[in-house]
Design a protein around this ligand. Sequence first.
Ligand SMILES: [Zn+2]
Length: 237
Amino acid sequence: MEKLKYPGGKARAFTVSYDDGVTQDVRFVELLNKYGIKGTFNLNSELMRREFEWVHESGLVIKRLPPGAVLHLYDGHEVASHSLTHPYFEGKPREFILHEMGKDRENLRGLFDREVSGFAAPFDYWSPEMADAARECGFEYARISEMSLSYAPPEDLYHWRPGIFHLDEGLDSFVDGFLDTDTDLALCQIVGHSYDLDAENMWGRMEDIFRRVSAAPDVAFMTNIEIVRHLKSIGVR
Ligand SMILES: [Zn+2]
């Protein structure tokens, strides 16, 4: 049987999924654009509106980008929901979950005037009830916070474990392995927050990764929703 491929006949796909819509996204998007890499940005519309801030353990003040600053920032990338206010969902009633997901989707669609079809879980909690709510709100997938450390495409689109968190010590070797793997429809999804690149002083390390991946001949650069729709179009999900 012929091996399944990504668009353009590519053997593998690379993507990044970054959360919270913080000020460092401006520099991060510039870096993605420089290397032709596509990402998904998971936003909390209510925290954007309030310009929510907090102090990171490094002393860095982490700030959300306000709505007026993002209208064209994410052009060419995916905007997805990360819930309205970034709550910890464990023990919360169904109505609360539906509101946090559905209202955020509605706000982001209105703000960006485009489709919003993905959800990324805030914090590390996920449940079958949340997966049902994500379906009910019209999301086509939900990316959770548990890493797979695998190159396999998602088995369950509403329990999508991404490949690796960007502060994982094994990040560089994970990317090397991705460029070398024979896994069918190999996928490397790196997740994180762009403020970590400031806090951990790792912009250069991330740029090295993007440079290497963009120079590889058989990698497709796609957003999460593009990956989901491709998997559906070839009948594997
Ligand atoms: Zn978050």
